[in-house]
Design a protein around this ligand. Structure first.
Ligand code: MF3
Ligand code: CO
Length: 272
């Protein structure tokens, strides 16, 4: 069943999404080699609770941490742990909150130092594909239009692996609502989009092949070929003629640019 949100409800969901953006901004400020992902998880839990919200991933289907922190070949649902981050790691931080009964759920991939040009390109293209998908999140289009836009940019244009088993989703009073939002598909197919549909769009894109497996812990999803994977997620509301992005990367990107340990496209050293 698809639930459409009123303007008041969308305003509430924007607050939830923004709290996630603010949490990810705090993470962007403190990321550096030597930090453990468990420390980051604790910061995330504290920040969310300090802002009168609940970390929604904790205990969701038994998930045992505040956030999903996925390093290098971990695609998504990585467990925070005690291994220190190293220069050249990439790290997807996926955060969920419930604020006033409404879910926010979004994610960002950071590079700690220089992971190499090929991996920086993967990060850039995955983020670009998210925005290309969002452009299609307008009333009258279909889920397949979003999916196709993401797949075209990542798989067709760059030859990356698009994960099939995991998808984006509707978002609201529940973390996972209908419809599913795959990152691959055919234009003009799937559920028709209507104003007030809030979606979490989240391309999970592998540098190598698309194949993945889940570890013994029942959660950690890794690429089969061991190559890195990037993940970006925004919370988006379908509108007439335009999509509204409820989450906000600008504050995260500002913190990322100001953190000397975090690589961005602009900070890649120019080769002579
Ligand atoms: N953002 C992810 C998703 O949309 C993470 C949720 S899994 C959880 O599915 F168990 F950690 F909550
Ligand atoms: Co999600």
């Amino acid at each position: 069943m698809i639930l459409y949100k009123s303007e008041e409800e969308v305003a509430c969901m924007r607050q939830s999404a923004l709290l996630v953006s603010q949490t990810l901004t705090e993470v962007a400020k403190i990321l550096q080699p030597g930090k453990t992902t468990l420390e980051i998880d604790e910061l995330i839990g504290t920040y969310i609770k300090d802002h009168k919200a609940i970390p929604s991933f904790l205990n969701y289907n038994g998930y045992p941490f505040n956030a999903c922190i996925s390093v290098n070949d971990v695609v998504v649902h990585g467990f925070p742990g005690k291994t220190p981050l190293r220069e050249g790691d990439i790290i997807s931080v996926d955060v969920g909150v419930i604020l006033n009964g409404w879910h926010g759920d979004h994610a960002y991939t950071f590079a700690i130092g220089n992971p190499g040009e090929d991996v920086m390109q993967l990060i850039r293209v995955t983020k670009e594909s998210l925005y290309l998908g969002i452009e299609k999140a307008i009333a009258g289009n279909r889920i397949g239009d979003i999916a196709y836009a993401i797949q075209e940019h990542t798989e067709k244009k760059y030859g990356y692996g698009v994960v099939r088993e995991l998808v984006g989703h509707g978002l609201g009073k529940d973390l996972h609502e209908d419809p599913q939002v795959p990152n691959y598909g055919k234009r003009g197919t799937g559920t028709k989009l209507k104003k007030g549909l809030v979606l979490a769009i989240e391309p999970m894109i592998n540098l190598g092949k698309r194949d993945i497996y889940t570890e013994e812990d029942g959660w950690t999803v890794r690429t089969k070929d061991g190559k890195p994977s990037a993940h970006f997620e925004h919370d988006v509301c379908v509108g007439k003629g335009k999509a509204t992005i409820l989450s906000d990367y600008s504050i995260i990107e500002e913190a990322e640019a100001a953190n000397p340990y975090l690589f961005t496209q602009e900070k890649i050293p120019v080769k002579n």
